[in-house]
Design a protein around this ligand. Sequence first.
Ligand code: OAD
Length: 288
Amino acid sequence: RNRLDNVKDINDVLRLLKTSKKILVITGAGISTSLGIPDFRSSQGFYNQLQHLGLSDPQEVFDLELFHTDPSLFYSIAYMILPPEKIYSPLHGFIKVLQSKGKLLRNYTQNIDNLESYAGISSSKLIQCHGSFATATCVTCNYQVKGETIFEQIRNKDIAYCPKCTKTRNQLLRDDEDVYISESFGVFKPDITFFGEPLPRAFHDSINQDLADCDLLISIGTSLKVAPVADIVDKVPPQVPQILINKDPINHCNFDVSLLGYCDDVASYLSNELGPTWDIDHEKYNKI
Ligand code: OAD
């Protein structure tokens, strides 16, 4: 993709924010780091905090096959990514402003912290591409429960079991104490998307139309390393301007303008420049 001649600097970004009507926003872990939630791949990120596990690749903690073989690995670290509630960052607030102005086509978030909802992004505008902790499903019988139901087990690093399957398991053991029952029999898995698992249906249902409809793409706080979300950038029509807001440069994509820095600072700067109707709601920021 060639960069656009008329989109070169921050003034062009300000102009585009004023004129665009269908903005596709891609977000990642970097929009929640100011709230104390680590991202994945930075030096202080989640994957580096897993070194003690001695995995050949820390992403294995989200490997579906491994979860089925040994769910205790995931349950030993899941507490570290259990999301806080009732807080959101200025950047979340900025996306809400885009929504209030009727400019947000869709926010494709890779985050599982569900803080967009708390910031007021409506569910029709939000695609949680990697699922969330809001629900959990039994891997054996598909019984689905609210995520909170298993938060205590997660905090205690205990495996959460489905009550229905626990009955079945006990019955099976009563009938034959030598019966083989797999490690993951009746285990709840939070409905976050693991590697080896398809993305939620909502993603596939809306992405193609949104790619055709969007008039501006903004990617914020993501290293764009995980497909298929990372591929969105390559798939938007070539005439659609692409803006990056990120702490670190992203060299494998060809953004028209890269606004490098902490995304909260960039969002505050943009909102100040754009005037009072772009004020970011700080009221609930940090209210825990
Ligand atoms: P990464 O950790 O890969 O990337 C986060 C990006 O945000 C990095 O480029 C940082 O430079 C940037 N960043 C961090 N703090 C920032 C800040 N305050 N302001 C601006 N930028 C900041 O996280 P993701 O791209 O979200 O998947 O990772 C994508 C997926 O990989 C995740 O959804 C997760 C992971 O494996 C699953 O859990 C399935």
